[in-house]
Design a protein around this ligand. Structure first.
Ligand SMILES: [Zn+2]
Length: 62
């Protein structure tokens, strides 16, 4: 359902992201190694991506 909005694998290490439900209907998916995190906020129809590795910028451009 949210798969189109979320990368399902870490862009750095390619591990499957862990999903966690947040208050107010938000969902966070993150790499267990801390490379990447994405928060989706349905109420605001937006999401926030966080990465700690510059490799991500090249992937985002696709
Ligand atoms: Zn990772």
């Amino acid at each position: 359902m949210l798969s189109r909005l979320f990368r399902e694998a870490c862009p750095v290490c390619k591990k499957t992201l862990t999903a966690k439900s947040m208050p107010a209907g938000a969902v966070t998916k993150y790499c267990q190694d801390g490379h990447y995190q994405k928060e989706f906020h349905p109420s605001m129809e937006t999401y926030v991506e966080t990465t700690k590795h510059e490799t991500f910028s090249s992937i985002q451009a696709k």
